[in-house]
Structures are given as C-alpha cells and as structure tokens.
Design a protein around this ligand. Structure first.
Ligand code: PMP
Length: 445
C-alpha cells in the first residue's frame, strides 16, 4: 500500500501512536494513515507490512545518495563526538570547508553562503538578502512553483499550496510558466510577459525567483535559451535572478545544478535536499561576491540558532565528497539516458501517458485522460499537494508491485538515488507499467 492510502490492514502500535500525536503535513488529519518504515538500504526501503520497494523518487526527491551512504553516516557520527553543536558565532572545520566547497561546485562567482536548515529557510534568506541588497521590495515568481511553507516562501510559491496562507507577505507577484504541454503560451513567449510585468511594476522588483527546472509542479524543462534570457530581462529591470536549486541541485539533472544545464550563474542560489542527501536538515543560500561585498558594511539582519550546524555541515561536506569521488554527477547523466529510454517505452505502450519530460535522473510523466485535449485526471481540489485519485491508484498499484513513486499535480515524479542501476530501473519501470494500466482504464473515451 502506498503511504497515506487507506489500508485494509490495521495500523500497528507505532503507526497508531504517530497518528494520534503527530500532525501529518499538507493533509486532513482524519485521512492520514502513517506507514512505518522499518528499514532502508541502498535504493530500497521496507515498511511495517514487509513490503520492500525501490525508492524511485528518493522519498521527497532528496535522497541523492540513497539509503546507505556510509561516508555521510560516518561523518555525522564523527562530528557528533567532536563538537555536536556550537553557536553560529563560532565556526567549525565542517562549516568553513563546506562554505568553500559550495563556492567551488556552484557556477561563476557565487562565493559566500548563509546556512539554514531547510529549502524553505534557504528561500526566506534569499528573499531578505535580495530586498536588503537592492533596497526594493517585490519578488516576482511563477505560478507553477514551490518554494517552501513559511510565510515568505509560501507567498512566493505559485501552486495551490499557497492559497490557504494568502494574503501572505506583501510585494509578491506571479508570472506565467514555461509549460509547453499544459498551456497555450509558448515558453519563450512567456518571457515577454515577464519583461512587460517588470516594466509595468516600475523600479520596485528586487528579484525574479525561479526553479531552473520546475520540480514538484511537474518537472518543467524550459528551452535552452529561456534561463539566460530570463537573467538578461531581470537585470535590464534592475532585479536579481534567484535560482531555487532545492530539488534540482546536486547531480539530479546530470549536472551539479539545474542552472548549469543552461550555463547560467544566478545572483543568488538556494539549496537543500541533495546538499546532505537528506541525512541532516541543511539549507544554503549562496550569493555572488558583489552581493557578499555589500554586506561587509551593511548588516545582514537574519540568523538562526542552528545556522551552520556542525553535524549538518559535516554531512553536507561528506555528501559532496561522495558525489565528486564516485563521479555520481556524470553517472546521473549516463544512467539518466537509460531511464529516459525506459520511460519512452512506457509512454509508447500506455495511452494515458500524455507527456514525458526531464533531464538526468529528474523526470516526470504527466498523465492525461484525453490525449488530444491534454486533459488532466481531475485535480483533487481538497488535496493541494497531490494529484488526482486516479494517480493515487496508479502509485498504490506500483507500490504493491515494488516501486514507490511520488505523485504531484497530475504528474509522476521520478527522482531515484543517483546510485541506481539499470536492473533496478527495470524493476521499478515494470512496477510502474502495472500502475499505468490503472490510468489507461480510467481514460475518458
Ligand atoms: N524549493 C523547492 C524547489 C522544493 O522542491 C522544496 C521542497 N520540496 C522547497 C523549496 C522547500 O524545501 P523544504 O521542504 O526543505 O523546506
């Protein structure tokens, strides 16, 4: 059974305790039926009902090294025994070295990092830094985006998850997206809107904030010229470009960052998830040397008790060393091509597959109940972060057959650990093949 699907089997003691005492996220609490994970190794995990499945989405698209990265586990243990915590006014070898390493692996002159504990907080810091640096207030983001859950980052989020928290913080504006399959607007033409919006807003926009490749809103890969042109447009209007790399970063795309796919250096880049391969909660906001210089004599009025937490930084450093020394970025590009071919096979044999998109090991399968009309399987109005019930049934069937696949907004999101093998991909694709017969049968004819 897929997590959070109703189950015929009773919840065990742990699951019952959790259901009673722990809030589920983004859910009606009465519908949450927690599934206990009892073991996780490599690309697989096992639940309390003894289902062992391939983690084809790396949980929340974050376990880039899979479930047993020994180097990261050892770094965490060692750091806990050396210095488990120090205040952000002190440093540690782990923090300083991770700051330097991020300057090395990110593109261009990105040089100085503010550390936090999540993608949400990384974006909060980016919003504040852009506002302080430019002296302007507004942030332009796009409708099909997710940037986090707290008030600032949910306000710049474009998808329906923002609605319950509106009106949110002042000064946020939303633009159209490069969504070739689901919109009548050509992706490059959508940039003309952004250009015009920035002109009409006058000189009041601090930054344009985008996921270079949109993640949970459907793995939207823009044309090659899109991101470079967006940077030019932003700069023409005196706005910074912020790239949210929380999901696309750290090898997922077969490059270090989504921005690298398009050869663009943003002014600010935000990261989390793959930064530690989710072994520790860590967010990071890196800025160019110009922006860093500005704060030499201007206070950066922002901070957290856990900023630069030594154990999280040690995990980040070890994760990056693993990506480097095991050549996992190149591997993701290579095996990503194999994954692409297998997904194309699925698309050929399942009429309910409307579109397939992605790069590297970051891929989406958008389902449709009517291919000519590109009609989605009705979104569930009450479940903002999930797709339709048909997609729930697809993923539940795939889970029963041996693969966990995340399902968001009419799209199946495939983002396995970068260590996955061809055989493991074949296994997961076979499970998905069974799942997709459910959506084929649910099509409107
Ligand atoms: N930005 C993007 C692109 C994300 O995918 C997410 C999380 N899915 C976030 C920000 C928020 O990160 P977190 O959940 O760690 O706060």
């Amino acid at each position: 059974m897929a997590p959070q699907e109703s189950s015929d089997q009773a919840l065990n003691q742990i699951e019952q305790m959790d259901q009673k005492h722990v809030f589920g996220t983004w859910s009606y609490q009465s519908e949450v039926e927690p599934t206990q994970i009892v073991e996780a190794n490599g690309v697989r995990f096992t639940d309390s009902r003894e289902n062992t499945v391939i983690d084809f989405s790396g949980q929340l698209m974050c376990l880039n090294l899979g479930h047993s990265a020994e180097r990261v586990e050892d770094a965490v243990t060692q750091q806990v025994s050396e210095a488990e915590y120090v205040s952000p006014s002190y440093t540690t070898e782990a923090r300083a070295k991770l700051g330097k390493k991020l300057a090395d692996v990110t593109p261009g002159n990105l040089t100085k990092t503010f550390f936090s504990t999540s993608g949400t907080e990384a974006n909060e810091a980016a919003i504040k830094i852009a506002r302080f640096y430019t002296g302007k207030e507004k942030i332009l983001s796009r409708y099909r985006s997710y940037h986090g859950a707290t008030y600032g980052s949910i306000s710049v989020t474009g998808d329906p998850r923002r609605l319950a928290s509106e009106p949110g913080i002042p000064g946020t504006i939303k633009a159209p997206d490069p969504y070739a399959y689901g919109s009548t607007l050509d992706p490059m033409e959508s940039l003309d809107y952004i250009d015009e919006m920035l002109a009409l807003e006058g000189d009041t926009v601090a930054a344009v904030l985008v996921e270079p490749i949109v993640g949970s809103n459907g793995i939207l890969v823009p044309p090659d010229e899109y991101l470079p042109r967006l940077k030019e447009i932003a700069h023409d209007h005196g706005a910074l470009l912020i790239c949210d790399e929380v999901m696309a970063g750290f090898g997922r795309t077969g490059e270090w960052f989504g921005s690298d796919v398009f050869d663009v250096t943003p002014d600010i880049m935000t990261m989390a998830k793959g930064l530690t391969s989710a072994y520790q909660p860590l967010g990071a906001t890196i800025v160019t040397d110009e922006i860093a210089d500005h704060f030499e004599d201007n206070m950066l009025t922002h901070g957290h008790t856990y900023a630069g937490h030594p154990v999280a930084c040690a995990a980040g450093l070890a994760a990056i060393k693993t990506y480097e020394e095991e050549n996992l970025i190149e591997r993701a590009a290579d095996i990503g091509r194999y994954l692409e071919d297998r997904i194309e096979d699925l698309a050929d044999s399942h009429p309910s597959v409307g579109d397939t998109r992605g790069v590297g090991l970051f891929r989406g399968i958008e389902l449709t109940q009517h291919p000519e009309r590109r009609e989605p399987f009705g979104e569930r109005e009450d479940k903002v972060s999930k797709g339709s019930t048909v997609l729930d049934e697809v993923t539940a069937t795939a889970y029963d057959e041996g693969a966990y696949v995340a399902n968001m907004i009419n799209t199946l999101i495939i983002a396995p650990p970068l260590t996955i093998t061809e055989d493991e991909i074949d296994e997961a694709i076979a499970a998905l093949d069974s799942g997709l017969s459910v959506s084929d049968n649910a099509m409107s004819r």
